[in-house]
Write a protein that binds this ligand. Structure first.
Ligand code: IMP
Ligand code: MG
Length: 180
């Protein structure tokens, strides 16, 4: 499908599934190398957006790892200080463990900066961030993801877990907003 419509907006094909999967496969190799001999790492998938990325990454890792899910929502006002709401926080004991967050996309970085600091304050030995997509030009925090699938321009995108008003998550390819 070259173009899709969601509500009032039109999106065009941007990143085909195959390219996303190849980027995730490369990331899996890197992560596997880094966590070798690392005790008992904990993967935390950030819902809802990271569900497809998480499934693909875990299939590639194909190992005996513990993983859990968490959910946050960020509200961006006109100021640069975003407010992060905890809808479903991490309930697993993270003390002394390596935690690897799995996120669909890092945009301003507000959400992940908050979550990473929180987990460190709860006693995690280290917190790493693996993001399927990264918009470097939108970044407003002092944060560098440890693992990045693909770097993209500051366009609004949907598909492969990402939504526009809860729609579009279920497409296998990634689409970007046309115009605007
Ligand atoms: P941040 O806190 O500004 O980094 O925002 C991260 C969150 O905003 C992501 O987890 C997504 O849920 C959402 N987001 C950012 N950019 C996009 C996009 O292009 N499409 C859909 N959701 C996005
Ligand atoms: Mg998200």
């Amino acid at each position: 499908m070259g173009r899709i419509c969601l509500k009032d907006k039109e999106f065009e094909l941007f990143i085909p599934e195959q390219q996303i999967r190849e980027a995730i496969a490369e990331m899996a190799l890197e992560i596997r190398k880094d966590i070798e001999g690392c005790g008992n790492p904990l993967f935390v998938s950030i819902l809802n957006g990271a569900f497809m990325f998480t499934a693909e990454l875990m299939r590639q890792l194909d190992g005996p790892y513990e993983m859990t899910f968490a959910r946050y929502s960020s509200y961006r006002g006109t100021s640069t200080t975003g407010k992060v709401n905890e809808i479903m926080p991490v309930t697993v004991d993270v003390r002394g463990r390596l935690v690897i967050l799995l996120e669909d996309i890092v945009d301003t970085g507000t959400t992940m900066q908050y979550v990473m600091e929180k987990l460190k304050s709860q006693g995690a030995a280290d917190v790493k961030l693996a993001t399927m997509l990264f918009k470097p030009d939108a970044m407003r925090c002092d944060l560098v993801p440890d693992y990045i699938g693909l770097r993209i321009p500051t366009d609004f995108i949907v598909g492969y877990g990402l939504d526009y008003d809860e729609l579009g998550r279920t497409y296998k390819d990634i689409y970007k907003l046309v115009g605007e």
